[in-house]
Design a protein around this ligand. Structure first.
Ligand code: CA2
Length: 163
């Protein structure tokens, strides 16, 4: 009979994308590039795996469903990477859900919202995020994985020192 390993397995990194990002790579390539969401998720999963983390990818066009995914992350994830898309600029519900998380939260935007229309300059997500990656194109998701892993390592070593 095979013995079960007691070795602690890290919870996955959650990658959550908001409205319209399911059509990534198919329109406005001058702003958002030509990489599809499936390719973005694969790139992020590959980078997470290189650090020993699984990646769970979710996308929804519905605000309430995004809140559900954030709540799911609370118990099932070690870190959250979030591009809330247009809800970034409008959703107090997403902000309230994010405030319940005690883990690294990385806000991602493919474009640089600060260089665009005024209504994109305010981010509710930023009020609860650990940090943001913006304006780096879809490679920003890979940078976000690096940032999440780095924060997790720093938190783990701080925890180890205090024990
Ligand atoms: O730059 C980003 O990643 C954004 O979160 C994208 C949102 C926009 O409302 C934010 O201000 C910045 C828009 C996503 C729309 O999805 C598209 C998908 C494919 C092509 C064009 C838009």
């Amino acid at each position: 009979m095979s013995k079960k390993s007691n070795k602690h397995k890290a919870l996955p990194i959650y990658l959550v994308n908001g409205p319209n990002l399911n059509t990534l790579g198919t329109r406005e390539p001058e702003i958002y590039g030509s990489t599809t969401l499936a390719q973005v998720e694969a790139m992020a999963a590959e980078r997470a795996a290189s650090h020993g983390y699984a990646l769970v990818a979710r996308q929804s066009n519905k605000e309430g469903e995004l809140v559900d995914y954030i709540q799911e992350a609370r118990t099932h994830a070690s870190a959250l990477i979030l591009n809330a898309a247009a809800y970034t600029h409008t959703s107090v519900a997403i902000l309230d859900a994010l405030k319940m998380l005690a883990m690294p939260v990385i806000e991602v935007h493919i474009s640089n919202p600060q260089a665009r229309e005024d209504f994109r300059h305010h981010s509710y997500v930023a009020l609860a995020a650990t940090g943001s990656v913006t304006g780096m194109g879809t490679f920003g998701y890979v940078l976000a994985v690096e940032a999440a892993v780095n924060l997790l390592k720093t938190r783990a070593s701080k925890k180890g020192k205090s024990q």
